[in-house]
Design a protein around this ligand. Structure first.
Ligand code: GAR
Length: 202
């Protein structure tokens, strides 16, 4: 069975959705580790409740980003992690990090990439006047919010929406989509060809 590490920095509602999906049997894998860069994050409480080991790494404790990431990589190796799931991890992983886990790092982003990259995707879409936005799950490459796209779901932006109501619908879609993408990965259904993900028949 494969070992998963989830990376999160804040609330961790996606972490929770992944934990719940595994409990329901949506996918079969060990959720071995939560990597968290914020000692005050609510996701740490969720990990305690779910009995998942948390590895807290505070960037301020390291002189360089390289040292910070080396510490994480060491832990991932010792826990024999096969898949890294970024779930609201608000840091850009370096090219060196990506190289260690090439095509084994997934990310979820609250927009239809390549639109609205960055840390404020929902608010940016809301004020843009766009009629649709959505959710993307993708493999992580060297660029921010970039890499072969696995799944995308559309979320309509209604005239009556507030940023909060839009955010709530996007999060609900995220919580459904991420476990699906994880299952596709674990079932070995994903092939990358020329920057595109080809879905093998199950
Ligand atoms: C999620 O909406 C995720 O897509 C987003 O952070 C949120 C974390 O929520 N990630 C990014 O914006 C990455 N660029 P959560 O902590 O409740 O899962």
């Amino acid at each position: 069975m494969k070992n998963i590490a989830v990376f999160a920095s804040g609330n961790g509602s996606n972490f929770q959705a992944i934990v719940d999906a595994r409990t329901r049997g949506t996918f079969k894998a060990r959720l071995k580790l939560l990597v968290c860069d914020n000692p005050d994050a609510y996701v740490l409480k969720r990990a305690v409740k779910a009995k998942i080991k948390a590895f807290i790494v505070d960037r301020r404790d390291f002189l360089s980003k390289k040292d910070f990431e080396e510490q994480i990589i060491k832990k991932l190796k010792s826990e024999k992690i096969d898949l890294i799931v970024l779930a609201g991890f608000m840091r850009i992983v370096s090219a060196h990090f990506v190289k260690q886990y090439r095509n084994k790092i997934l990310n979820i982003h609250p927009s239809l990439l390549p639109a609205f990259k960055g840390a404020h995707a929902i608010g940016d879409a809301f004020i843009s006047g766009a009629k649709v936005t959505g959710v993307t799950v993708h493999f992580v490459d060297e660029m921010m919010d970039h890499g072969p796209i696995i799944l995308q779901e559309i979320v309509k932006i209604k005239e009556t929406d507030t940023k909060e109501s839009l955010e709530a619908r996007i999060h609900a879609v995220e919580h459904a989509v991420y476990p699906k993408a994880i299952k596709l990965f674990l079932d070995n259904r994903l092939r990358i060809r020329k920057a595109k993900v080809i879905l093998r028949r199950g």
